[in-house]
Design a protein around this ligand. Structure first.
Ligand SMILES: CC(C)(COP(=O)(O)OP(=O)(O)OC[C@H]1O[C@@H](n2cnc3c(N)ncnc32)[C@H](O)[C@@H]1OP(=O)(O)O)[C@@H](O)C(=O)NCCC(=O)NCCS
Length: 314
């Protein structure tokens, strides 16, 4: 295989192609679901009709002219690369960021990979006795992410394509208001966009996890819940009322000391999670509530937001 040629045809760097080639080698891939089963599966994965229509339009049928040999190679090897780390909980790039304006095959290549891997993840869940309802709810983050990406004019996908490999590897479980991320001795919390995070909903979700992980992953010993987020920046307390859900969530955690170099750039992440845009100028962002005004005023005053990590005992 000519790596330079493949990279040029995919519109990505040779290093990116070489990485997939090295990591996936000739490890086993996994088949996509039958096309006839795909609409029902997409529905269970909470994929909205507009996104589902695009995904069906670009389906990698054997003779499809949309699927060049390079795209087929990348799809197959990306599945193998993620599958090889089944059970792993680290962030993993499934492959290079593709030029997504070249049509549905390009735009959704990593969605097809996710659909193939969903079966692998379900089998892994079954091996651990995980209830099917939890499996589907966890994997249905696909639909939520696609919908958010559409709202973001497709700016969100580069992070999402890596994030969703965690679900595909059996590392992330959604129970109630929160998602729980296995790894080490800390269960990391993620907060999906699904309405307010009331303290009651958080408590109920934590209680579910306290039962779920010892039961289904008895070899793992979790001593703490952890979180890394823009939501844990104590500077938010300068702006938000004491009884806001975000401030009440913060009070659960003991924070690690702030290290500027650690974690993603919080100034970008607040734009992602509060405004769902990464490129709109500050003076054009909405100022509809106390949080939106706080985010913009803080940045316009020349201050920075901080990505903070914290934890509390299980
Ligand atoms: C985390 C989240 C659920 C908190 O929302 P919440 O429970 O409403 O939080 P609060 O009660 O503290 O909100 C205070 C105010 O900010 C507003 N607000 C909170 N999060 C907001 C968001 N992401 N976008 C816009 N406004 C938001 C609330 O509507 C509320 O305004 P109001 O007082 O005028 O009604 C919400 O921010 C969200 O869905 N975020 C997206 C996911 C995310 O950020 N995950 C963490 C990734 S690291």
């Amino acid at each position: 295989m000519d790596l330079d040629d493949t990279a040029a045809r995919l519109g990505v760097s040779v290093e990116d192609v070489d990485r997939v080639h090295r990591l996936a080698g000739d490890l086993p891939s996994a088949p996509l679901p039958a096309k006839a089963d795909a609409p029902a599966m997409l529905d269970r994965l909470a994929v909205r009709p507009d996104d589902a229509a695009e995904i069906m339009e670009g389906w990698p049928d054997p003779g499809s002219p949309l699927w060049t040999p390079e795209l087929r190679w990348l799809l197959d090897r990306s599945i193998a690369l993620v599958r090889a780390d089944l059970g792993g909980g680290g962030w993993l790039l499934p492959g290079p960021e593709l030029p997504r304006d070249r049509g549905p095959a390009w735009r959704h290549l990593y969605v097809y990979a996710f659909l193939a891997l969903a079966d692998v993840a379900m089998a892994y869940h079954r091996d651990h006795g995980v209830d099917e309802a939890v499996s589907w709810l966890s994997l249905a983050d696909l639909g939520r992410n696609l919908a958010v990406d559409r709202r973001m004019n497709r700016e969100g996908w580069p992070v999402m394509q890596a994030w969703l490999t965690l679900h595909a590897r059996g590392a992330v479980y959604e129970m109630g208001r929160l998602q729980f991320h296995r790894g080490g001795t800390t269960l990391d919390l993620h907060i999906p966009e699904s309405g307010p995070m009331t303290p009651e909903a958080i408590d109920a979700s934590l209680d579910q996890a306290r039962v779920f992980f010892p039961r289904h992953f008895p070899d793992e010993r979790y001593t703490a819940f952890g979180c890394g987020s823009w939501l844990l920046d104590p500077q938010l307390q300068e702006y938000l009322p004491e009884d806001s859900n975000i401030v009440r969530f913060q009070r659960r955690f003991e924070l690690e000391p702030y290290e500027e170099s650690e974690g993603p750039d919080a100034d970008v992440e607040v734009l992602r999670f509060v405004f769902r845009t990464l490129t709109t100028p500050l003076d054009r962002l909405p100022r509809d509530n106390v949080l939106q005004r706080a985010i913009v005023d803080h940045l316009r005053a020349g201050r920075r937001w901080h990505w903070r990590r914290g934890s509390f005992p299980i």
